[in-house]
Design a protein around this ligand. Sequence first.
Ligand code: ADP
Ligand SMILES: O=P(O)(O)O[C@H]1O[C@H](CO)[C@@H](O[C@H]2O[C@H](CO)[C@@H](O)[C@H](O)[C@H]2O)[C@H](O)[C@H]1O
Length: 479
Amino acid sequence: MNAPDPFPGLDEIESRLARWLPSQRWFAAKTQPITSVRILLRHTLAVTEEVRAEHLVVEVELGDASRQVYQVPLGFRATVGHALSAWTLPAASVDRESGRDPDVAYDGLHDPEVIGRYAALLTGDIAAGPFGVHLVEDPVEPVPGVTDGSGHEEWPTRGRALGAEQSNTSVVLGETLLLKMFRRLAPGINPDVELHRALGEAHSAQVARLRAWLDVPLHGARATAAMAQDFEPNAADGWSMALGSVRDLLVEADLYAGELGTDFAAESRRIGSAVADVHASLADRLGSRRTPLADTVAAMRRRLDSALGTVPELADLAPSIRSVFDAAAEGSTSVQRIHGDLHLGQVLRTPERWLLIDFEGEPAKTLEQRRTPDSPLRDIAGMIRSFDYAAHYPLSSTDMNGTASQREFRAREWAQRNADAFTDGYAAAYGRDPRDALPLLRAYELDKAVYEAVYETHHRPRWVALPLAAIRRLLDGVD
Ligand SMILES: Nc1ncnc2c1ncn2[C@@H]1O[C@H](COP(=O)(O)OP(=O)(O)O)[C@@H](O)[C@H]1O
Ligand SMILES: O=P(O)(O)O[C@H]1O[C@H](CO)[C@@H](O[C@H]2O[C@H](CO)[C@@H](O)[C@H](O)[C@H]2O)[C@H](O)[C@H]1O
């Protein structure tokens, strides 16, 4: 029996992608119209009677003439069932020549058949084509669950998409490996691979082991396309755990945070210690240097200026924010590679330890900015901001006891208690207390809150009040 027809016309798939991309969680340019989509790479991974799997790299041109590059793994089938129907591209027009309905195109990372083709790239079962396949040898800690001594040829190929769609799309292979497909591409190595690799070489217990990565050609260089790491099947993320603790506190509005069965402070302390361990390993493997704080503060000021165009509510607060920045501009500070976008959603509690995940840095920054050494205080401020987010996020729920001011008091108490425990844990493990540099720490907290106000305006407009209220609280605390 014949396999399905070759590709539909390029123009057609490009125009369908232009209509489909803006609704995808990982598509970053939500506020701009797409003016064109151009396919840079199209590689067929499999053609069977049922399904065709194609890997696309596309360049999207936006209304302001800027360009972004995305990876789009596509599946094509004659018909799709319920599970895939949420992931389909807009329908193609009827094929005039054959007179039959063309195949349905959909996001391939939600189809186990398509996922299996990417896994087969890792095991060497299919030709690599344009992909570079890089395997990380680790004889000391082989992939858990894979028979002792077996190599990558034995890795699982059955896969399922992970529930949460975020900046990228991750699939679980055989409940053993996590394969993350980067959505937005830039030439060069992705810091997620670079830092997981460095931390693996340092035998850090605070990250999942990197096992392999893929790259593809892009604009005359190579771009990291995907990475495979150990999957932790019994992990809970810090954001969900913290929210559980805050909700319990707000329901019991008469109890202090430390009296709760779900008090989170001991975990916050452990997270602090894990972050300190990662910072120490990164400085050890990749070095550190000093930088003038005037440059650091100038970058914060530029970010604030640009945020004013997106978040008009920041205008009244800007002079006070600038004063906090300027108070931190004297002297120099130590910079090194850091996580870059640390928050409670980036830490996973396994039965044994806390893991840091997702070392890509802030999605809005360029690859070069994300790879530039920065102060460890940026990560510490990111976590402190996240405790504040977790404490204030549930305040809008209706099933709470106590008055509004009592709940606000409890929320602040929870945020402070956990920020303190986190910083104590960090200081004990690192040997230096981040609060010794308080003006700079406060400047980083405000810088992060400004970033969050922009992020929320673009991605979750209903949440923007959270960072704005936090900025006001931070400024009140300074006066
Ligand atoms: N090693 C791991 N084991 C188990 N789950 C993981 C692991 N790494 C990440 N995850 C889960 O996958 C989700 C997406 O991972 P992340 O690296 O944050 O992707 P993204 O870049 O898309 O934000 C996380 O929220 C986490 O729940
Ligand atoms: O995880 P990502 O790399 O995609 O990070 C982005 O999205 C985060 C939201 O998921 C965002 O974090 C903000 O919201 C969190 C709660 O959902 C909160 O814990 C963080 O403190 C807050 O910054 C992150 O800033 C953004 O880069």
